[in-house]
Design a protein around this ligand. Structure first.
Ligand SMILES: Cc1cc2nc3c(=O)[nH]c(=O)nc-3n(C[C@H](O)[C@H](O)[C@H](O)COP(=O)(O)O)c2cc1C
Length: 159
């Protein structure tokens, strides 16, 4: 399956998981980028507010066409117990053009089960798989097993 991993990452945790998934699956990788800056305390507050209010900020046009792929895996950090606002913007723009899809998030502690469900609902997709990864484990380099488990699910033939 031709596979694309798309992700947003403010501080690098989701990027690490996305890179590991893309390596394991031999997938293309695309980072969701945006003109706005989110550094520092104001960036944190702005990000939390946008996620809470379900705001869709402007994002940069991507390099890859999701419709060119059999499977698209979308990754987000959890913000305010749901997906990050740039991921909401990406899914709003591209959700309907996805073929097979899978969703994952990274989180400090909460929203791990809910956030991929929110993403699936927004995209209108029944995902092949969902997963969440704890920030602490990513930082300690302890997610290889969870990454492999997600990849194994994605390699199973569809029923
Ligand atoms: C604005 C903002 C809101 C967040 N909200 C939550 C939250 O509701 N629950 C939680 O467990 N972690 C929350 N976090 C922590 C992130 O989900 C976690 O640090 C994530 O792994 C960061 O991923 P990144 O480095 O790819 O940006 C929040 C972080 C930010 C910046």
């Amino acid at each position: 399956m031709k596979t694309l991993v798309v992700y947003y990452s403010r501080s690098g945790i989701t990027r690490q998981v996305a890179e590991a998934l893309a390596r394991e699956l031999g997938a293309d990788l695309e980072e969701i980028a945006e003109p706005a800056k989110r550094a520092g305390v104001w960036g944190f507050l702005k990000s939390g507010r946008e996620a809470f209010l379900k705001i869709t900020p402007e994002i940069n046009p991507g390099q890859r066409q999701p419709s060119d792929y059999d499977l698209v895996i979308v990754g987000t950090p959890v913000w305010a117990n749901t997906m990050a606002s740039p991921v909401r913007a990406w899914l709003t723009a591209h959700g309907s053009s996805l073929g097979k899809a899978a969703f994952f998030c990274t989180t400090a502690s909460s929203g791990g089960e809910k956030t991929p469900r929110d993403m699936a609902a927004l995209a209108g997709k029944n995902p092949l798989a969902t997963a969440y990864f704890l920030e602490k484990k990513v930082k300690s380099g302890l997610v290889a097993e969870a990454v492999a488990a997600l990849c194994a699910k994605l390699r199973q033939p569809a029923e």
